[in-house]
Design a protein around this ligand. Structure first.
Ligand code: F6R
Length: 365
């Protein structure tokens, strides 16, 4: 049942190219149009959306953070993201023209369901992005966009997260197509980029020896940091959670520019810092943050787009990911970091698929 892999998690990491293809299938045409026929949002309704609230937990929350950046960029609709367990209690401003997007792999997360119910009670339309057909989230939502990642067994979510990203890209494109907020050329560039992702992930999965070597080194440390700017920060949060969940190593993720406002005090000789640097329009600033870390003795492992020379001259190690559209980098840069979490946990002899204290689906608030 593990298809020859030692763990479900590794199998599911390797299933990502297939999951990306399935999530895109029949939703992207030959040209640059997207069709999301299963969601019943009429053009009139889309044009009337005043704001979007995204609610989710854990890894799905991290996908929603990427979603905010992408949806705002393409549609200019203001997007707020809430951890689902907090949403109800802050008395959010929900109006009839608010679209609430719930993101949930299992579709059974109690916190997410409670947030959805709060939204509906206040007259908002709810759109669910979920992986499980027939789940509570799918049944209670007004519109459902399935992620088609296939069953995810490992507690640590991998292919569900990346297929949530794909679904979010498609949704953002779909909204912007109707709203005419992004020109056809820019949409076509994104769609070309999306279509290339499955092959690019395949190429990253071919040879994982460098990641395995770094994982060996990390398996002996007790604390580490992830930093990144823009979308890299969102991936840093997800990579940090993944590592914590299964390797039990303490880590924190920061906006790269925020480190110097306090946490830089924790960097000592040899402290590992994983610096995501795929957002090349922000590269100069990220590199100066990397230099701050290096000056305190930190050991920097960068994640960068292939051919990024400036980072190679600054970091101790670089994990390269294939070049893609700046908005799509999370769908690639997370992959080596999923593998890093996996191999680090493996090196520590942990139960990778069933980490301590955690359940796959959290049905209590
Ligand atoms: C992390 C993980 C959890 C879930 C969270 C939400 O790897 O799996 O953080 O992402 O419990 O679960 P769903 O998406 O099923 O609502």
């Amino acid at each position: 049942e593990k298809g020859g892999y030692e763990h479900f998690m590794l199998k599911e990491i390797h299933e990502q190219p297939r999951a990306y293809r399935d999530t895109m299938l029949s939703r992207i045409g030959e040209g640059s149009e997207t069709t999301l026929s299963e969601i019943q949002l009429t053009p009139e309704r889309i044009k009337s959306i005043g704001s979007i609230h995204m609610v989710a937990c854990g890894t799905a929350y991290h996908a929603a953070l990427v979603g905010k950046a992408v949806i705002e960029r393409l549609t200019r609709i203001p997007v707020e993201v809430d951890v689902a367990s907090e949403y109800r209690y802050r008395q959010p401003v929900i109006k009839e023209n608010t679209l609430v997007i719930a993101v949930s792999q299992s579709g059974e997360t109690a916190d997410t369901l409670a947030a959805m119910r709060e939204a509906k009670l206040n007259g908002a339309q709810v759109l669910a992005i979920t992986n499980v057909v027939g789940s509570s989230v799918a049944r209670e939502a007004d519109h459902v966009l399935f992620t088609w990642a296939g069953p995810e067994i490992a507690v640590a979510s991998t292919k569900a997260y990346t297929s949530q990203l794909i679904a979010i890209y498609l949704l953002a494109l779909h909204l912007s197509q109707t709203l005419n907020t992004t020109d056809a050329l820019a949409r076509a560039e994104l769609i070309q980029g999306l279509k290339k992702l499955p092959e690019q992930v395949e190429s990253m999965l071919e040879d994982t020896r460098q990641v395995q070597r770094i994982a060996q080194e990390l398996s002996g440390v007790s604390d580490l940091f992830f930093i990144g700017r823009g979308l890299d920060q969102m991936v840093a949060l997800e990579a940090s959670l993944k590592l914590k969940e299964i390797s039990y190593i303490h880590s924190e993720a920061y906006a790269a520019g925020e480190l110097k406002h306090g946490s830089l005090a924790l960097i000592e000789d040899g402290t590992p810092v994983i610096a995501l640097a795929t957002q090349e329009h922000l590269l100069e600033k990220t590199i100066s943050n990397v230099k701050e870390v290096k000056a305190r003795g930190g050991h920097v492992i960068a994640v960068a787009l292939s051919g990024n020379m400036p980072i190679a001259g600054t970091a101790d190690d670089v994990l390269y990911v294939p070049r893609t559209h700046a908005l799509l980098t999370p769908a690639l840069s997370v992959v080596p970091l999923q593998l890093l979490a996996y191999y680090t946990a493996l090196a520590k002899g942990n139960d990778v698929d069933k980490p301590r204290n955690l359940a796959k689906s959290v049905t209590v608030e």
